[in-house]
Design a protein around this ligand. Structure first.
Ligand code: FAS
Length: 393
């Protein structure tokens, strides 16, 4: 078969690109390795920044978010047994929308496949990219039912297949630079079937390590516990987990974490990478396929949406005869990627300095907190990046 654009991957990036292309009448096919049921359930990100919700809403893709999502106007630091509220909405004028990624994926698949009758193929196997820098680009895959190899001739390819996809590998060595940064910590990511025990997000900064609480719904709460890099989830019994959360989130006047069954325990290595440029020949990367931002500042999904909005805009302009968007695409994405990486690194130092065992890092982390809590202008600058409004510099 033939189409204009093949989108590889049906995550937030790929589905946003596909919906905007469909809306502009540009023919595309989405190829997804997993089943629809699987991607609509996979627990991942939890916050969408207000600028991203407004952008999706402009394309009619945010009805359910706007109808259902709670918004968060503040969060809490806890350290030295004290609670410190940061009123992000008042400081930045914007809010976080609490909306689990699987729900956004469900909305975006429904908009593309059901409402707009878009072509999306689930469960594809062994996806391969062909002639990416030539005259006859194509993407082939093995059909999950017949086992036959199917080939789709196209003009452009959107590589939206995440951190373990195949698109990035289709770029010949030496054509891109991969930059990695490791925060030197790991987080034990937990989902508890328990009600939240605080308003929204709490970062508990403690010399034994960070403990974080993120209200997700009346029944589910996300917790994170800083652990040693390479730590294994099975070394953390439920009792040990709740004990560490109680210690690290303790503060005067704050109730202890409400306990409940732990339905997810996974160790996330807090590392980042960026691929530059995010384009090669007819292939354009968007989202985690081009950059991985450790979930310290809840930026990964928001960056994926930003890339996808820029790529769709550039592709639509291209088909209207203006190729400048595609030419500038990578640079335009990387501005926000580097701002969010810098912010994540800054926040990581604030959260992990006290437990680093390094007096310089502990001292500078404490100084950042004092500045943040003591200066209105420092708090406004922080809130602008935390909520993502000031990130295209
Ligand atoms: P995705 O990985 O979401 O989507 C890629 C899609 O491509 C997947 O559906 C995959 O099945 C498919 N695919 C892969 N290989 C393929 C192939 N060869 N052929 C066809 N399809 C293929 N971000 C935040 O902002 N906040 C958080 O709290 C947060 N928590 C996270 C927790 C975990 C455990 C993980 C793993 C990630 C978390 N992230 C978080 C980051 C995450 O949300 C990503 O940033 C986001 O999913 C990026 O979206 P996409 O780029 O669309 O990639």
């Amino acid at each position: 078969t033939r189409t204009r654009v093949v989108v590889i991957g049906a995550g937030p990036a790929g589905l946003t690109v596909a919906n905007l292309l469909r809306g502009a009448g540009i023919d595309c096919v989405v190829l997804e390795a997993e089943s629809r049921e699987f991607i609509e359930r996979r627990p991942r990100a939890g916050f969408i920044e207000e600028w991203a919700v407004r952008a999706l809403a402009r394309h009619g893709l945010a009805d359910r978010v706007l109808e259902r999502a709670e918004t968060q106007a503040q969060f809490e630091f806890r350290f030295g047994g004290e609670r410190h509220l940061i009123r992000t909405a008042e400081l930045s004028g914007s809010r976080h929308f609490v909306y689990p990624q699987p729900q956004l994926v469900t909305d975006l698949v429904a908009a593309y496949a059901d409402a707009a009758g878009g072509d999306i193929r689930f469960g594809v196997r062994e996806v391969r990219l062909h002639d990416v820098d030539g005259e006859r680009p194509a993407v082939s895959y093995r059909d999950p039912v017949t086992g036959e190899r199917q080939r789709i001739e196209c003009e452009l390819i959107a590589g939206c297949d995440g951190a373990r996809g195949v698109s990035r590998a289709a770029i010949p060595a030496g054509r891109t630079v991969l930059t990695r940064h490791d925060h030197g910590v790991a987080w034990l990511a937990l989902l508890a079937a328990a009600p939240p025990s605080a308003e929204g997000v709490v970062f508990g900064i403690h010399e034994s390590g960070l403990g974080a609480h993120m209200a997700r719904s009346p029944e589910i709460t996300r917790y994170y516990l800083q652990v040693e890099p390479g730590e294994r989830a099975e070394n953390w019994s439920d009792a040990r987990i709740w004990d560490a959360l109680r210690t690290r989130l303790a503060a005067a006047g704050a109730p202890p974490p409400a306990e409940g069954p732990l339905v997810e325990k996974v160790v996330l290595d807090m590392h980042n990478y960026v691929v530059e440029p995010m384009a090669y020949g007819r292939l354009y990367l968007a989202g985690d396929s081009a950059h991985l931002v450790a979930p310290i500042a809840a930026k990964g999904m928001n960056l994926a949406i930003n890339d996808a909005l820029l790529l769709a805009q550039a592709l639509i302009a291209h088909y209207q005869g203006d190729g400048s968007g595609l030419a500038d695409y990578s640079q335009a994405c990387l501005r926000r990627v580097w701002q969010y990486l810098e912010f994540s690194q800054w926040l990581s130092e604030v959260l992990h300095g006290a437990s680093s065992g390094d007096r310089f890092r502990a001292g500078t982390a404490a100084a950042r907190l004092r500045r943040l809590l003591g200066s209105r202008s420092a708090a406004e600058a922080f809130a602008g990046l935390y909520i993502g409004e000031e990130a295209d510099l």
